[in-house]
Design a protein around this ligand. Structure first.
Ligand code: 0X9
Ligand code: ZN
Length: 380
């Protein structure tokens, strides 16, 4: 069934009280839009109008409103972004000097420009599978002999934007590339790092979804398609046979697609993912049914990627395997915990297992770790 298109009431962010894991599981089963923001006793949830609020109330959840009018908040943030951009006209403190969120075309162009500017350090990368909308998924790899794929160096993969709306994650990955390239030969630490390792950077794993979110039109909230019908898109553009219209203009709105971070083979079929194609955490029709996850699987499987960070937003968390509590800690728990702690000591994030806020199955680092042995983390 397709969702009722006309939303009644404002889009809100609420903090739902979930003191036990049973509460968290019961909340996940409602099919609402859960964020990874919250704490041990609560999860923040996006409510798209009264229908969603009623679901919470009917299930007897207690919640407090954190953002009463998300549309208003977003408008204020956009004004703040513009002010920032103007104030930083001479360039920001970021490695690239960028002053605003990039569009997909910006990212793709800048990757090409970096390859052109640093031919001795950069090799362009196109992953094996085009997306449902026919896009290439692209990145770069950075090494002192970029084209010598037999250099035997350990690879760190810094990948981002499985989730369409998580724009800052793409910025993280791309700025990492700028950091390495602009500081190579300038800062001793970066120079050592670039010499000793190979770095793969893929800023946008899900370009179809990202492009829809990033280019979403400003529909007035009271129209048939509300403001967040596309901007708040999370998933890819899997063409749900039950839904009509293309990914950016469908009666299903943002709810079309598969959650790429529930589609990996690790524990696929378990809890913390949805079987309903219109849910935000729809796991897909089978493990690795989607081009986006096939791309990362084949990359991880054919290259010596020893470390991986998959960037999401936001909660200031470093999440390590497993994503689902029943799996229990791996033998490598001290190693994973320790490396997480070292990373956290640099950025102040909380270093916790992936299941910390809620269970997920089919997620990225669970597959790269449990199947390929790569030390994978979600930065949230
Ligand atoms: O739910 C997710 O896919 C990630 N959070 S987000 O808000 N960006 O959607 C977290 C994935 C890793 N976390 C767990 N395994 N719980
Ligand atoms: Zn995410």
């Amino acid at each position: 069934a397709e969702p009722a298109r006309r939303q009644v009431g404002k889009t809100q962010i609420v903090s739902v009280s979930t003191p036990t894991r049973a509460d968290k599981r019961r909340l996940q089963a409602l099919g609402l839009d859960l964020t990874e923001s919250g704490d041990a006793d609560s999860i923040d949830v996006v409510l798209y109008g009264q229908q969603d609020a009623r679901k919470l109330q009917a299930a007897k959840f207690r919640y407090t409103v954190r953002v009463a009018d998300l549309a208003k908040r977003v408008a204020a943030q956009r004004r703040a972004d513009r002010r920032y951009s103007i104030a930083q006209a001479g360039g920001s403190a970021l490695p690239s000097g960028s002053t605003g969120y990039r569009h997909l075309a910006d990212i793709e162009l800048e990757l090409k420009l970096l390859a052109g500017r640093y031919p001795n350090l950069v090799r362009p990368l196109t992953l094996n599978h085009k997306t449902h909308e026919g896009r290439d998924v692209v990145g770069i790899e950075i090494a002192t002999q970029p084209n010598n794929l037999d250099d035997g160096k350990p690879i760190f993969a810094n990948i981002a934007t499985h989730h369409a709306r998580e724009w800052p994650s793409a910025e993280h990955a791309l700025e990492w590339a700028y950091d390495l390239l602009t500081n190579y030969g300038v800062q001793a630490r970066t120079t050592r790092l670039v010499r000793a390792t190979r770095n793969i950077v893929i800023p946008v794993v899900n370009p179809d979804g990202f492009n829809i979110s990033r280019e979403a039109p400003d529909f007035p909230p009271e129209t048939e398609f509300g403001q967040f019908s596309y901007e708040m898109k999370r998933k890819n553009c899997w063409p749900n046979p039950e839904a009509t219209g293309p990914c950016n203009n469908s009666t299903a709105g943002r709810l079309l697609g598969v959650d790429p971070n529930r589609n990996y083979g690790a524990f696929w079929g378990g809890s913390g993912a949805s079987v309903d194609p219109l849910d935000d955490t729809f796991r897909g029709t089978g493990p690795f049914s989607e081009p986006e996850t096939q791309n990362i699987r084949e990359l991880q499987s054919t290259r010596p990627i020893t470390n991986l960070i998959t960037n999401h937003t936001f909660s200031n968390l470093i999440l390590r395997p497993p994503g689902v509590v029943d799996v229990g800690p791996p033998l490598e728990e001290p190693l994973l915990q320790g490396l997480g702690a070292r990373m956290a000591s640099h950025n102040g994030y909380s270093n916790i297992p992936g299941y910390g806020l809620y269970d997920t199955t089919g997620s990225t680092e669970d597959w790269t770790f449990w199947s390929a042995g790569s030390l994978g983390y979600t930065f949230e």
